[in-house]
Design a protein around this ligand. Structure first.
Ligand code: BES
Ligand code: MN
Ligand code: ZN
Length: 499
């Protein structure tokens, strides 16, 4: 989808040669000029446009308006969440082959940069269509979107962030939606290589031999039950001086999780094709970086394999040696995500990172704890946790901090190895995070459990592209922190000055 930002009055919007015009109407009944302004006043006066974000009224070829279709939709006071609601509702009513060029007119509100981005992300989400393995699906007809605002200069950065976020979210959705036989570890590596064609991005792909040479016994153990060879994808985005410490993003890339010998029940097992949602979000974030080119260095690590039951598969009770040297008793082969991530976290240390954030569809327990609204955020570092939480609030891609008290690690003790890979059922998302923490040494590390947020089940089954918006915002904030922006523009306090 092609976005364009324009300063646009309501009177000018009426003359635009587009297939559809979506006008965001503020809750404080506005006075607007011209034919369009009159329509809005009349709709309100005749009580045909209720007040409340998302309430709308549509018209076809109204007099004095060039566009064939018109949707007037309430957007509250223009805050990001109201705008999101308004745009989703309006776009859902415009999914028609004749609507290829659309203008979103927000000029009656003073939208913040965040709200402009929210509008764009919501618009892309509402018009998204997955067609790769369903050629008969209605494709997205919408090709061109004019974002009309009161003052384009004032929200340019938000618009650019919106465009890049949409590109990243859509890249992530595409790969997460592809079924396991169309998104193998090798396919994911190819997707990463495709991104490496863009300026600033470099990708290395390691296979089983190289991963064995690195001593990644935990990652190898998960992969050994599958015919598909594992891939360890290492991506580099360089936007700052080489000497600058990178942020490392680690994405869980299980392209299908059967549970292994600890086999999962059949119901909804198909959804375990989404078990590479973390990997997809790292790929998507790199796609966004290529668009935005922020002044920061980022490394992306994706350990990717299938988790299958097989004659060669790991068995409950097997003990493996991780790259860190710590041994692990695999009590449940379905707790495989942490096994591939622990070796990738050990590998991350070689980049002497400024922070390491892993992203994983790690536990069903996190779905029970937080549902589909917020991702689970775990970090022993207050500053990093705050930065991620705030990036989530700002981008509307929410997360919630969970505890990491050492007592939660008790259940991971084993008589046969340095640790087991599971504890009891209680606090399952936290004990999983405690397992990962054993491999982070002193790194400034955070973990995002996206098991509840990476995809939707039921009739709307499909990937969400989360947490790409959060990650992009976090990286932009970090880049800005380096640039030494004025205190007012800073998303949070700087590290305490050295005495
Ligand atoms: N990929 C799953 C987690 C998952 C389950 C995400 C359901 C979303 C929905 C993960 O590999 C897994 O199987 N975790 C186990 C851990 C348990 C064996 C300690 C789980 O959550 O049941
Ligand atoms: Mn599993
Ligand atoms: Zn899994």
């Amino acid at each position: 989808m092609d976005f364009e930002l324009k300063s646009l009055s309501v009177a000018q919007a009426a003359t635009l040669a587009v297939d559809a015009l979506v006008v965001l109407v503020p809750e404080s009944d506005p006075k607007a000029e011209g034919a369009l302004g009159q329509l809005i006043s009349q709709a309100i006066a005749h009580k045909d446009l209720d007040n409340g974000p998302g309430q709308l009224v549509s018209a076809y070829r109204p007099a004095g308006i060039k566009a064939a279709r018109l949707v007037l939709v309430r957007a509250g006071d223009g805050n990001a969440s109201a705008v999101r609601k308004a745009v989703s509702g309006a776009i859902a009513s415009l999914k028609h082959p004749s609507v290829q060029k659309l203008a979103l007119v927000t000029s009656l509100l003073t939208l913040s940069e965040d709200a402009v981005r929210a509008a764009m992300v919501a618009l892309a989400d509402a018009s998204y269509s997955y067609t790769t393995t369903k050629p008969s699906a209605k494709p997205r007809h919408l090709g061109k979107v004019v974002v009309g605002v009161a003052d384009a200069g004032a929200v340019r950065a938000g618009f650019e962030a919106g465009r890049a976020t949409v590109a990243g979210v859509e890249f992530a959705k595409e790969w997460a939606n592809r079924p396991g036989n169309h998104a193998t570890p090798t396919h994911l590596a190819d997707a990463a290589k495709q991104l490496a064609k863009k300026p600033g991005i470099r990708v290395d792909v390691l296979g089983p031999k190289q991963v064995a040479a690195l001593g990644m016994g935990a990652f190898l153990a998960v992969a050994q039950g599958s015919e598909e060879p594992l891939r360890f994808i290492v991506m580099h985005y360089q936007g700052a001086a080489k000497s600058q410490a990178p942020v490392v993003l680690v994405g869980k890339g299980i392209t299908f999780d059967t549970g292994g010998i600890s086999l999962k029940p059949g119901a909804e097992m198909d959804e375990m094709k989404f078990d590479m949602g973390g990997a997809a979000s790292v790929l998507g974030t790199f796609a966004a970086l290529a668009e935005l080119k922020p002044a920061i260095n980022v490394v992306g690590l994706i350990p990717s394999c299938e988790n299958m039951p097989d004659g060669r598969a790991i068995k409950p009770g097997d003990v493996v040696r991780s790259m860190s040297g710590q041994t692990i008793e695999i009590l449940n082969t379905d707790a495989e995500g942490r096994l591939i991530l622990c070796d990738a976290l050990t590998y991350a240390a070689r980049f002497k990172p400024r922070s390491v954030v892993d992203i994983a569809t790690l536990t069903g327990a996190c779905v029970i704890a937080l549902g589909a609204v917020r991702s689970g955020l775990f970090s022993p570092r207050d500053e990093l946790a705050q930065a991620l939480q705030q990036a989530g609030e700002k981008s509307g891609d929410l997360c919630w901090r969970m505890p990491l008290d050492d007592e939660y690690a008790e259940g991971l003790k084993s008589n046969f190895a340095d640790m087991g890979n599971v504890a009891g059922r209680a606090g399952g998302s936290i004990t999983a995070a405690k397992f990962l923490q054993k491999f982070t040494a002193d790194l400034p590390w955070a973990h995002l459990d996206i098991a509840g947020t990476a995809w939707k089940s039921g009739a709307a089954k499909g990937a969400t592209g989360r947490p790409v918006p959060l990650l992009v915002q976090y990286l932009l904030d970090e880049a800005q922190r380096d640039a030494g922006a004025p205190a007012s523009a800073k998303p949070r306090a700087r590290v305490k000055a050295k005495a």
